[in-house]
Design a protein around this ligand. Sequence first.
Ligand code: IPM
Ligand code: MG
Length: 374
Amino acid sequence: MNIQKDSFKILVLPGDGIGPEVVQQVRRIIEWLEKKHRLSFHLTYDLVGAASLAEYGVPIRDEVIKKAWESDAVLFGSVGDPRWAHVGFDKRPEVAILKLRHELGLFANLRPAKIFDALTDASTLKPDVVRGLDIMIVRESVGGVYFGEPRGIEVLPDGSKRGVNTEIYTTAEIERVARVAFTLARKRFNRVCSVEKSNVMESGLLWKEVLTDLHRREFSDVVLSHMLADNCAMQLVRDPRQFDVLVTGNLFGDLLSDLASMLTGSLGLLPSATLGAMRPDGKCAALYEPIHGSAPDIAGRDIANPIGQILSFAMLLRYSLNRQEEALWIENAISHVLAKGLRTADIMSEGMICVGTEAMGDAILGQLDQLVKV
Ligand code: IPM
Ligand code: MG
């Protein structure tokens, strides 16, 4: 086997809740890759979310953003803690991920919803509806109502309050994320469905116009369709396999990706990559995180599913480090372990073997050893 050694700088931000324990399973896989002399990593750890609030009084320090800039990629766990739910928006743990996305210009959030054969029965939908499902949601992630101004809660003269958020998209913001979607579609099944609410929102109308225009100018070989977001939610449940790449704004992408994840069996299974613009050094800033949250209710009990986090690392290998082979090893190892009947609690079904976080990590490592004889 061709042994090639590169050293990659990865900033690891485990965060809150189940974040640290699922990230720990990735750490073990990284050590395994190093032991196999495939790759070498330079890992730096730091605090984000409630963990950072407790230590430094802010959800993320500027120093951490700077480190993220200087890394080849960021591996992110999850943030969120009910103990910080009462504080102002600038002090919420969630600010950590929003700030990272915004300040690193990570505008394209790729959320694949791909079903493992072994888990076809774990979906709450009928097996025939989800068998072979393979959708890629491309969610715009630095604009829209998440960041639009004006925003805030104001007190009206009569003492009541008014909460305001603003949905904004410019032509350039829509075009750059649409380009990512079209380019991905070309490597997949060549179909893009653009999702908005052009029947109610001007920003949605512009979204649709820009997609149509860009498609005509640069991507007419790709099949483009348009769908209203409410209909899309319904279609995802009715017949999810009609979709290949879905491209949509920040808020609809947040909602639809949670929905799509359940088609595959569990929120705990799905990874994501958030990519930014190309930097002058030819690399693009990138952050990888599972789409599940910090799940504080099950944290520290060794029952969380580490697969979403591990698959996020596989995406890191694929997109940031261009290591397709190692990414495939990891994905195949997970697929084999599931085929053998091992399940964490969230995807447990009758006749299967229920294992904890650590034991799932053990099984995936064991499988890697079997699959890869170096
Ligand atoms: C996600 C999460 C975040 C979001 C939260 C934690 C801010 O739900 O990544 O989907 O809304 O984007
Ligand atoms: Mg979400």
